[in-house]
Design a protein around this ligand. Structure first.
Ligand code: NAD
Length: 259
């Protein structure tokens, strides 16, 4: 059964195509009655995002490269205009590292690509939360969810610099939760097991990650984007009113195992 998001206004960053985790989350929000705004990165995926957005109640579709302060200022301005100066929900489902840094040795990651991965995959959450803060404060509070992975807590071969970026993201969730809690803004993460998406395809060891989860996770099965969407919907909804600064694992229980 869909959760109740009637009257809620949500901004979703990170839809690339119908397989994107962000799209699974957006569908949960839409099914609960939320009005949505979407961003897309670059003309290459604009049509795909616009076509998906047209199937739900959408007030805004706009371009955003999270590396650009100018883009972020414009986007949150447009969101404010679309939603009467208020925002209830922010979905941050964005990450990037160069493919060559997701194979071989982490030790060989050059400085510029290390910083790029952290900028796009972690700092962007801080920048978005700061821009969302006045809109959520005006709404009386808000809920922010980002997407993380166990590779930020343990060394997962091939995940490399993205693991370091996820560790930065995880710590950012906790510090943002502390800062923004006084304004009734909650900040949480979903840690997903391997899901076949565009971003996952660039990880050299992805099929091995999937096979190991199937073999060793307590539930011995893969997770889907829909499973992740349902967990994010819980965190974003009123049922999680006193949940902040935490990570919810949707990984068939893999994180709980020692071997
Ligand atoms: P995806 O490729 O569908 O989504 C990644 C999104 O990041 C895309 O929409 C892309 O346009 C966006 N993006 C990249 N660089 C950007 C930039 N500079 N500015 C704005 N947007 C940018 O893949 P996904 O698997 O749905 O990834 C979503 C999130 O889920 C990521 O944070 C990813 O690390 C995380 N995650 C994925 C898995 C998995 O197995 N797929 C597991 C755990 C966590």
């Amino acid at each position: 059964m869909a959760r109740d998001f009637a009257g809620k206004r949500a901004l979703v960053l990170g839809v690339a195509n119908k397989r994107s985790i962000a799209w699974a989350i957006a569908q949960e929000l839409a099914a609960g009655g939320a009005t949505l705004a979407f961003t897309y990165q670059g003309e290459r995926i604009e049509k795909s995002v616009r076509d998906l957005a047209a199937t739900v109640d959408t007030s805004l579709v706009t371009e955003c490269d999270v590396r650009s302060d100018g883009d972020l200022a414009r986007v949150f301005g447009e969101v404010g205009e679309a939603f009467g100066g208020e925002l209830d929900i922010l979905v941050h489902s964005v990450a990037f590292a160069h493919a060559e840094d997701l194979e071989g040795r982490f030790t060989d990651t050059p400085r510029d690509r290390f910083l790029l991965a952290i900028d796009i995959s972690a700092y962007s959450l801080v920048a978005c939360a700061r821009a969302a803060e006045p809109l959520m404060e005006k709404a009386g509070g808000g809920s922010i969810v980002t997407m993380t992975y166990l590779g930020g807590e343990r060394a997962v071969p091939h995940y490399n610099v993205m693991g370091v970026a996820k560790a930065t993201l995880d710590a950012s969730v906790r510090y943002l939760a502390w800062d923004l809690g006084r304004k009734n803004i909650r900040v949480n993460a979903v840690s997903a097991g391997p899901v076949r998406t565009l971003a996952a395809r660039s990880i050299a060891g992805f099929p091995t990650m999937e096979a190991i989860v199937e073999e060793r996770a307590p539930l011995h099965r893969h997770v889907t984007a829909e499973d992740v969407g349902a967990a994010a919907a819980y965190l974003l909804g009123d049922g999680a009113v006193n949940v902040t600064g935490t990570t919810l694992y949707v990984d068939s229980g893999y994180h709980s195992m020692g071997m």
